[in-house]
Ligand binder design. Structure first.
Ligand SMILES: NC(=O)c1ccc[n+]([C@@H]2O[C@H](COP(=O)([O-])OP(=O)(O)OC[C@H]3O[C@@H](n4cnc5c(N)ncnc54)[C@H](OP(=O)(O)O)[C@@H]3O)[C@@H](O)[C@H]2O)c1
Length: 270
């Protein structure tokens, strides 16, 4: 599979590295384009792939054209590539909030996969949801799937609303988890732990709890009850969290991110 990575930034490099490491593509079959010389040098040194400044040159002979650019760059890319993409080439976009309609119309191209990966993809622990247009062939779907699977878990959906929803849950989700970790470390420092000790305690607690929840398959409420003895310390802490609106705050956060995603994609929440 020959792959052209348009935009050699963080995600461009992550995907190039992952697919080469996992054997989805060879070093020789991946190229990247980026206007910035330093970015081209970086990705070339780290992944060993060929790079170029011209996007049109990069997509020549590619089976899959990966769009790993910021949303604000898309108009330039559309201007550059529209009319130059062959019908049998697959466009795989990870641009947050950019709809399939915008991609197809802007690029004058019908075979498009829109995917929503997340930040842990950078260490192979990502969660990607993706959706293909009707013109994407079964073989192209397999190609898209194997590229996304190189970065962690992937899941195909058949309605685009799930991609906007995933943006608010798994896409922005790592930020919610990082805030939770930060707040818990600060709290541990507040009661007297040194910051390094607080960091280690909290990280292992979060890692261990997530692994336990996944492995046990139990409902989170059942797991919480297992840690909460009657009249004990945990129940006091949970009462404090619920009184402070923890659960409602999480729902509001996800809703706010969802509304913003839809607004960026041109859908009103009202
Ligand atoms: N980072 C994540 O964890 C994550 C997760 C999910 C989805 N995404 C999505 O992935 C996309 C890329 O994110 P990122 O974090 O990798 O951003 P990034 O590091 O800024 O990468 C974008 C790259 O595109 C380059 N570029 C700008 N104009 C270009 C052009 N005309 N032709 C080719 N390349 C061009 C940029 O170069 P300059 O620096 O010179 O502008 C930059 O190197 C975004 O749409 C984001 O929503 C990211």
């Amino acid at each position: 599979m020959r792959i052209a990575v348009i935009g050699a930034g963080v995600m461009g490099e992550v995907i190039a590295t992952s697919i080469i490491e996992k054997g989805v593509a060879t070093v020789e079959s991946v190229v990247a384009s980026d206007p910035e010389l330093t970015r081209r040098q970086c990705i070339s040194e780290r992944c060993g792939i060929a790079t170029m400044a011209e996007n049109r040159r990069a997509i020549q002979d590619a089976d899959v054209i990966l769009l790993t650019i910021k949303p604000q760059t898309l108009p330039f890319i559309c201007h550059d590539l529209a009319g130059h993409i062959a019908p049998d080439q697959l466009v795989l976009s990870i641009i947050a909030g950019t709809t399939i309609h915008t991609l197809c119309e802007g690029l004058l191209h019908a075979s498009v996969v829109r995917a929503m990966p997340n930040m842990p993809a950078q260490i192979g622990q990502g969660m990607s949801l993706w959706m293909a247009t009707p013109d994407v062939t079964p073989e192209q779907k397999e190609q898209a799937q194997s590229i996304l699977a190189a970065m962690g878990n992937e899941f195909e959906v058949h309605e685009e609303k799930y991609l906007d929803m995933a943006t608010a849950v798994s896409g922005s989700g790592p930020a919610y988890v990082f805030l939770f970790i930060e707040a818990m470390i600060d709290a541990a420092v507040h009661i007297g732990f040194s910051r390094p000790m607080a960091h280690d305690l909290v990280m292992q607690t979060v890692n261990g709890s997530a692994a336990y929840a996944q492995r046990s398959g139990k409902h989170p409420a059942d797991l919480r009850n297992m840690v909460t003895s009657p009249g004990g310390t945990t129940t006091e802490a949970l009462l404090a969290l619920e009184s402070a609106g923890f659960r409602a705050a999480m729902t509001k956060a996800v809703l706010a991110a969802y509304d913003k995603t839809r607004a960026l994609g041109g859908v009103s929440s009202k």
